[in-house]
Write a protein that binds this ligand. Structure first.
Ligand code: 6PG
Length: 247
């Protein structure tokens, strides 16, 4: 399935992304009574979360939404660095989500590998996975760094080579820290992956993503096997894209 590429400027970028989120959530809930979504971290999603938090409650049956994360920093949940904290402050604390529907990565755990293993086990339990089976998330939202990392899959790290595990921790030399992250097998097994990318500093990596897949640009290796791939790009982030790609 070819990527769906949308180039919009704020606020339309976030409004259109929220609209897709609402559509996917209601479709999944109508079909099977639940919507599993993995949130991305960093700063870009905050404006999306603000919009979702401000929706009239009837727009999304929040009680049937199950929240996961694509990655987490190795910090406690009250750290300003925490992806959980950002999502909780801007969205989760403002909607009627059931606490048992929030699958937080316990990144306060001293050993990041233990946190990764525990999170992996919670995913296997939620999706009732047999050994070796991959989960099908209804939606995985991702961001992208200026050098093309996504989730916490950074160029030159061990996590980008992982083919068996669902979640791993690994040392990210560039940041001098451990990170906990989904692996490519999980991301590429989702029903829908949506990248939300803003900022002119992302334009060179976006060009490389669409030029050719490369481990040097991990985001370019995201291609759901049987799912949709949606790129929501701010104009300046798409500035180096060939005209025929940017819709
Ligand atoms: C993280 C994210 C990461 C993020 C990109 C973009 O934990 O930081 O998961 O992959 O999406 O770094 O971050 P910004 O949205 O802040 O540019």
């Amino acid at each position: 399935m070819n990527p769906e590429v949308n180039v919009l400027d704020p606020p339309a970028l976030f409004e259109a992304t929220a609209k897709i989120f609402i559509e996917l959530a209601n479709k999944a809930i109508a079909k099977k009574g639940s919507f599993s979504v993995a949130l991305s971290g960093g700063s870009t999603p905050r404006k999306l979360f603000d919009l979702l938090a401000a929706l009239p409650p009837a727009m999304i049956p929040w009680q049937q939404v199950y929240f996961f994360w694509g990655d987490e920093r190795h910090v406690p949940p009250d750290s300003p660095e925490s992806n959980y904290k950002m999502a909780n402050d801007s969205l989760l604390s403002k909607i009627p989500v059931r606490p048992e529907n929030i699958f937080r990565i316990r990144a306060e755990e001293k050993d990041a590998a233990i946190a990764a293993r525990e999170y992996e086990e919670s995913i296997q339990k939620y999706f009732r996975l047999a050994p070796g089976e991959l989960p099908v998330f209804d939606l995985i939202t991702l961001g992208m760094g200026p050098e093309g990392h996504t989730a916490s899959l950074f160029p030159g790290t061990t996590a980008i080579k992982e083919t068996q595990r669902l979640v791993v921790s690994n040392w990210v030399e560039k940041l001098h820290t451990d990170r906990i992250t989904f692996t490519f097998p999980v991301i590429n097994h989702a029903a829908c992956v949506l990248f939300l990318v803003a900022g002119k500093e992302k334009a060179p990596a976006i060009r490389k993503v669409f030029e050719r897949p490369s481990a040097e640009v991990p985001a370019s290796l995201v291609h759901p096997t049987n799912g949709r791939l949606i790129w929501m790009l701010e104009g300046v982030a798409a500035a180096e894209l060939p005209r025929n790609i940017a819709s």
